[in-house]
Ligand binder design. Structure first.
Ligand code: HEC
Length: 402
């Protein structure tokens, strides 16, 4: 499903900072476009949840015990690849979430001792974050990582069929027979897959993806934030400021991955049942709970959602609004081109953070909305004129966005 929607999006998507967001906007206007990007968006999240649950289940049943160590190791590598797919895909729409999230992600990679600079330079495709970065992430997301994944999935499944699944701790039928990959398992797989697909479709319909204007490197109001599956890591990093950062950014994750890889050997108890494998089962439970807790502590996104004014074309009233902007004296405080002066802030990003009603109300009575505001009241302008001023602000935003 992710492959199918991904390929469909490739027909429209343009991997360039100038066009990525616009091409996604265009896709979302097409018939079924928003559904396709929604399926891809939600599909990725569900995939990560399922991979995680699958691993917990394997641990619970100790299904990685001899002779299935290799299956587990390949599985752990697949988990890392799935996360890498999430990381690289997040940047592609080149919206503010993806842009800032990735800037921070690459910065964290840069903190790695010795290799950090090379990794960051490789990901950015140079010294700065820009067109080359998007090309790199695009190549990784649609070619390099998927090829690697297919390769590992084939090995993973080959190993599963060759070694047979470990099955429950206590076989259901006394003889342990009566289970076959086909048709029993195949049938179950199909039913579950259809249920998962239906759930993803429901998510994509109930919470469709929003239109996202291009990222704005000059937007200082936005607080960078990773996708939800990196939130625990993001929160964890906050406890290690400054020079301690590499410990949280590199050492801890490496140790965690190493422990995961070595799990079949660390888990030495001859018993298979979960409770009999203390203390390891407690350690793992605690580990999982603390990862979830870190994600919860990170809390909801502190950023305001983008105003709908930040997307779509420039309204017709913009030209009249421009004249009003000059004749009403906005220029005194906000500058001739809205870039801002010591007496008034830049207006380039006002429409990203306020809707039309707020802006109109704010022109009429700034102090009512921003306590202590030094801005003059413009209650003598008509509704039409105030709306034209908003149209002008929309134009200012489009012209001053990269
Ligand atoms: C006397 C100086 C002054 C004048 C004249 C003035 N402003 Fe302002 N403006 C401010 C100050 C100070 C703020 C910041 C406080 C606030 O948000 O109310 C502000 C804030 C704003 C904001 C909100 C910015 C944001 O991103 O939150 C908008 C929009 C705005 N002004 C538009 C205008 C327009 C349009 C005019 C002309 C009709 C105008 N202003 C005239 C001083 C001024």
């Amino acid at each position: 499903m992710l492959v199918l929607t991904g390929v469909l999006m490739l027909f429209v998507y343009v991997p360039s900072p100038d066009h990525a967001a616009d091409s996604m906007y265009y896709l979302n206007q097409m018939a079924f476009g928003r559904l396709i990007s929604g399926l891809h968006h939600w599909g990725a999240s569900v995939m990560i949840v399922l991979v995680f649950l699958h691993m917990l289940r394997v641990f619970y049943y100790k299904a990685y015990a001899r002779p299935r160590e290799l299956t587990w190791i390949v599985g752990v590598l697949l988990l890392l690849l799935v996360l890498a797919m999430g990381f690289t895909g997040f940047l592609l729409p080149w919206d503010r979430e993806g842009y800032w999230g990735t800037v921070v992600g690459v910065h964290i990679a840069e903190a790695t001792p010795l290799v950090g600079d090379y990794v960051a330079e490789f990901l950015r495709g140079g010294a700065v974050f820009g067109t080359q970065t998007l090309s790199r992430f695009f190549a990784l997301h649609v070619a390099a990582l998927p090829i690697l994944m297919v390769f590992l999935i084939v090995i993973h499944l080959r190993l599963v069929t060759k070694l047979d699944t470990a099955g429950p701790v206590r076989p259901r039928s006394p003889s342990g027979e009566g289970f076959s990959f086909y048709p029993t398992q195949t049938f179950r797989d199909i039913v579950v897959s259809l249920l998962v697909l239906a759930a993803i479709a429901l998510l994509a319909i109930l919470w469709p993806v929003a239109d996202r204007p291009p990222a704005d490197p000059g937007d200082t109001r936005y607080i960078p934030r990773p996708p939800w599956y990196f939130l625990p890591m993001f929160q964890f990093l906050k406890y290690f400021p400054g020079t301690l950062e590499p410990i949280a950014a590199v050492v801890a994750p490496s140790v965690a991955v190493l422990i995961l890889l070595l799990m079949p050997w660390l888990d030495r108890s001859p018993k298979r049942s979960f409770l009999a494998r203390r203390p390891l089962s407690w350690v793992v439970t605690l580990g999982v709970l603390s990862v979830v807790a870190l994600g919860v502590i990170a809390g909801p996104n502190p950023n305001q959602p983008l105003s709908p004014l930040a997307t779509g074309p420039v309204p017709v009233g913009a030209a009249a609004g421009r004249e009003l902007y000059v004749s009403s004296g906005c220029t005194f405080c906000h500058g001739a081109n809205g870039a801002g002066t010591p007496s008034g802030p830049s207006l380039y990003r006002a429409v990203a953070y306020h809707d039309r009603e707020w802006l109109v109300e704010h022109f009429r009575d700034p102090k009512a909305l921003v306590p202590g505001s030094q801005m003059k009241e413009f209650d003598w302008l008509s509704d039409e004129e105030l709306n034209q001023l908003v149209d002008h602000l929309i134009q200012l935003n489009r012209e001053n966005r990269p």
